[in-house]
Design a protein around this ligand. Structure first.
Ligand SMILES: NC(=O)C1=CN([C@@H]2O[C@H](COP(=O)(O)OP(=O)(O)OC[C@H]3O[C@@H](n4cnc5c(N)ncnc54)[C@H](O)[C@@H]3O)[C@@H](O)[C@H]2O)C=CC1
Ligand SMILES: O=C(O)[C@H]1O[C@H](OP(=O)(O)OP(=O)(O)OC[C@H]2O[C@@H](n3ccc(=O)[nH]c3=O)[C@H](O)[C@@H]2O)[C@H](O)[C@@H](O)[C@@H]1O
Length: 452
């Protein structure tokens, strides 16, 4: 099948490359000429494990092309995927300007019958709106087209794996023929397919992300309660997850969710509900809980040290999660800004996202190229992203580099047993703190002595 993909971001690029990998002829289009030039040279503009190898392979085998010219990119396409960004407007609604620009370009260029597939996450009803825009603006009246909603569920950092081994493919359309065509395209993936209407498919995407965000805010609230009741959230989550109805995934308490989608999509769904005169109270709480959760380490540190003025804090992990360079809505943006505002002296390290982080974090931050240099002579450490390199870092080096290390672990990712063996002062989320040389209460309740 001849396929065009509009937008070469995390979704568009991965979609295009994986469709080429299963044998389709794919042309990816982006208005960002720098990105296209980089891709044409066989380089990926994003960090995604395994992606660059597939780009090079499929370009070499003649199935994958890149252009920033719409006429070149859409010519003779049988299927056009739209995967442009739909970022948040100030009021939380989805900004659909890129989507509308893409629709106009499609209307202008298509010269044969085509199926148009929306991969971007869009408010319910957008498919109908795009159809009207294209119908109204199409330059060739003899051309007919059908709309399909095919929302994406990949996670950054495992995008290729999720594309090949996802749980389901949702195909929303009011054209049986168009739905069958998209089903056919995806057949080599051998992933269960669920067909529905366009609006239901659009809602499945928002509802799925909102549910996952709800699960995270729920376990974070339980963790806050665990701290007050001397329970251990990691054990509570383990026990909860054994119930198949709950499931073990997405029960990791921490400093809250970030990324380009959960914050954006939960806020967009709030607006969508509001526009439909529905007050989505539960989702409002999910968003509020997450905002508060991003402050918990800083609050613990303030209780522990009294003031952060002049305190040397090493922040390990900046990306919104491991295995990605994406800094969009990363917790580190909130945490590091607050630490600087509180007068702390911040050093920071991230294995991959550091170049993106440098553009977004306060200029006072000192960026180091390895963990050892970042923690050298630091008063305390904040762990914000559970990169394997940070999780597996030799805990004895904290002692040799810091003397009396104090660690605030925002992702509960360090080995508590080893921490206790090395007598390291350790504060985490939803678990009692391990003190040794101070009695300042870090948890909300008065200090309850050393935990054996
Ligand atoms: N990032 C993720 O993990 C996932 C994102 N999504 C959704 O997919 C959509 C895309 O997300 P990302 O790939 O992260 O966005 P992105 O921001 O990484 O990439 C979007 C790309 O579209 C390009 N673009 C913008 N306007 C264009 C136009 N008129 N013509 C051609 N290209 C244009 C931009 O230059 C950019 O390269 C969003 O709606 C997002 O919510 C869905 C699932 C996963
Ligand atoms: O629409 C999207 O963009 C995507 O958003 C998420 O994927 P992603 O944002 O890449 O990353 P996740 O692995 O879902 O993590 C999101 C955030 O939640 C946090 N998280 C995740 C899981 C958990 O148990 N606890 C927790 O705090 C992570 O640290 C991260 O900040 C969804 O998981 C994807 O299915 C969806 O396609």
């Amino acid at each position: 099948m001849r396929i065009s993909v509009i937008g070469t971001g995390y979704v568009g690029l991965v979609t295009g490359v994986c469709l080429a990998e299963i044998g389709h002829i794919v042309t990816c289009i982006d208005i960002d000429a720098l990105k296209i030039n980089l891709l044409r040279s066989g380089k990926s503009p994003i960090y995604e494990p395994g992606l660059e190898e597939l780009i090079v392979k499929n370009m070499a085998e003649g199935r994958l092309h890149f252009t920033n010219q719409y006429n070149e990119g859409l010519i003779r396409a049988e299927v056009i995927y739209i995967a442009v960004g739909t970022p948040s407007n100030e009021d939380g609604t989805a900004d659909l300007s890129a989507l509308e620009d893409a629709a106009i370009a499609i209307a202008d260029q298509i010269s044969n019958d085509v199926v148009i597939v929306t991969k971007s996450t869009v408010p319910i009803g957008t498919g109908d709106r795009l159809k009207a825009i294209i119908e109204y603006n199409k330059s060739n009246d003899s051309v007919s087209f059908e709309m399909v909603s095919n929302p994406e569920f990949l996670r950054e950092g495992s995008a290729i794996n999720d594309t090949f081994y996802g749980d389901r493919i949702i195909i929303g359309s009011d054209s049986v023929k168009a739905a069958e065509m998209i089903e056919e395209i995806n057949k080599p993936f051998q992933i269960p397919i669920y067909k529905t209407s366009i609006r239901s498919a659009e809602m499945i995407k928002y509802a799925s992300n909102a549910f996952l965000a709800t699960k995270i805010s729920f376990i974070n609230e339980i963790s806050n309660l665990c701290e007050k009741l001397d329970a251990d959230i990691t054990e509570v989550a383990q026990g909860m997850g054994m119930d198949k109805r709950i499931g073990a995934h997405f029960l990791n308490a921490g400093i809250g969710y970030g990324g380009s989608c959960f914050p954006k999509d939960t806020n967009a769904l709030m607006q969508i509900a509001g526009n439909a005169n529905h007050d989505f109270e539960l989702l409002r709480s999910v968003i509020e809980v997450n905002k508060k959760q991003q402050n918990i380490l800083t609050e613990k540190a303030k209780r522990r040290f009294g003031s952060l003025e002049g305190l040397k804090i090493a922040v390990l992990g900046l990306a919104f999660k491991p295995n990605t360079d994406d800094m969009r809505e990363a917790a580190s943006l909130t945490v590091v800004t607050d630490l600087i505002k509180s007068g702390a002296v911040v050093s920071a390290y991230d294995p991959i996202a550091i170049d993106n982080a440098r553009k977004l974090l306060p200029e006072e931050v000192e960026f180091l190229s390895n963990i050892e240099d970042a923690i050298q002579d630091a008063d305390c450490v904040f762990i914000l992203t559970e990169w394997p390199e940070i999780v597996n870092f030799d805990l004895e080096l904290y002692v040799s580099k810091m003397g009396k290390p104090v660690i605030f672990d925002g992702r509960n990712c360090l080995d508590m047993t080893k921490i206790q063996e090395l007598k390291i002062e350790y504060h985490s989320v939803g678990r009692s703190s391990i003190y040794l040389n101070h009695s300042y209460p870090v948890s909300p309740l008065p200090f309850q002595g050393n935990k054996k």
